[in-house]
Design a protein. Structure first.
Length: 341
């Protein structure tokens, strides 16, 4: 299954840039070697001439073609050995042979025969995740999530904000560190599946920060992560639904990317414009990923009663029954950071 054209174009542009860079670097290194060993340049010219003679012989198809080809091949092998011996004696053989390609398997073409190279598949995934907002904010890390903004004074319910948030942060650190997907068939055993998480609480309590910190760690492990606000991702899906240009057989929909990514982070649930399509699609995403064992992290400013009232009972039931819930507490850290900073 393929990807939308803009994703293919972005990945292909990276491959093209790599090939151009490799070509330029190879020319630079060859010139440097030729300046040190002029004999190498002469041998390379002779080898090029043999190559040209071979092509001409094949095109002319003389009666003694096999004999000519064999003679040229012998000459070529002799010149190559002479060149390699000189390079090896000078300690330059490996440098000369290095083609400077990023991927040695496909020489940055993206294909091995008719099959996509793993490097191309990786570029396609990265382009897709980036296109849907996977990269997030590079400034949100566990190391700069400060507990100083959370009070040590108990709330009316007895919860101490700093203690609660310290517990949540430590859980998130462990969650990201131990993130592992077991994609093998169950075969009668229990599969290892990271939990889906529901972050709840008022604005500015660190839900997005910790979500992105998890995303950064998980992406660093090589997993595919899609991050985005519920409003933006669902709007994109609705646009795709009603845009005929996305319905080509060889294209992979954004919905399939969201359903199939290793970790989906849906930020600010409840800010999206609610329609029948949005409600249906949201339930489909949540339910499908739970059934397939693909973890999702959802953050929201809504309370339990507000979620139940805004969405269908089925959706609320899947969230409350299938997700591990965390209630963020405290005062808006963005306002406090401005006051204290």
């Amino acid at each position: 299954m393929g990807y939308p054209k803009e994703i293919y174009d972005k990945a292909a542009a990276v491959l093209s840039s790599r090939r151009q860079y490799a070509k330029e670097q190879t020319l630079v290194r060859r010139k440097q070697i030729y300046s040190l060993l002029p004999q190498i340049e002469q041998l390379d010219r002779q080898l090029s001439q043999i190559g040209l003679k071979t092509v001409q012989a094949v095109a002319g198809a003389p009666d003694e073609l096999d004999t000519i080809i064999e003679r040229l091949k012998t000459q070529s092998l002799g010149l190559q050995k002479q060149r390699d011996d000189l390079l090896e004696a000078a300690g330059l053989l490996e440098i000369y042979r290095d083609d400077n390609h990023t991927c040695k398997l496909c020489q940055d073409t993206g294909y091995i025969g008719a099959k996509k190279c793993s490097c191309f598949e990786q570029l396609l995934r990265e382009a897709a995740f980036d296109f849907l907002g996977a990269s997030g904010s590079q400034n949100c890390r566990f190391s700069n999530f400060s507990l100083d903004y959370y009070s040590n004074q108990p709330l009316q319910n007895g919860v101490v904000p700093r203690e609660r948030m310290s517990t949540i942060k430590n859980f998130c650190v462990d969650y990201a560190r131990n993130f592992l997907l077991d994609t093998r068939p169950a075969l009668g055993r229990q599969r290892m599946v990271p939990e889906s998480l529901l972050f709840m609480g008022n604005t500015g309590l660190g839900k997005t920060h910790l979500s992105l910190a998890i995303a950064g760690e998980v992406i660093g492990k090589g997993f595919g992560v899609i991050y985005g606000s519920a409003q933006n991702l669902l709007a994109r899906l609705e646009k795709e639904k009603f845009t005929s240009s996305y319905q080509q057989e060889e294209q992979q929909s954004y919905l399939s990317l969201i359903l199939g990514c290793d970790l989906l982070i849906l930020d600010d649930l409840g800010t999206e414009f609610l329609t029948q399509f949005v409600t249906t699609t949201l339930y489909h995403i949540i339910n499908t990923r739970l059934l397939e064992g693909r973890p999702t992290i959802i953050s929201t400013n809504l309370t339990f009663p507000e979620i139940s009232k805004r969405y269908t009972d089925r959706l609320a039931s899947r969230l409350f029954g299938g997700y591990r819930q965390f209630e963020f507490v405290g005062r808006d850290i963005r306002i406090q950071s401005k006051i204290l900073g």
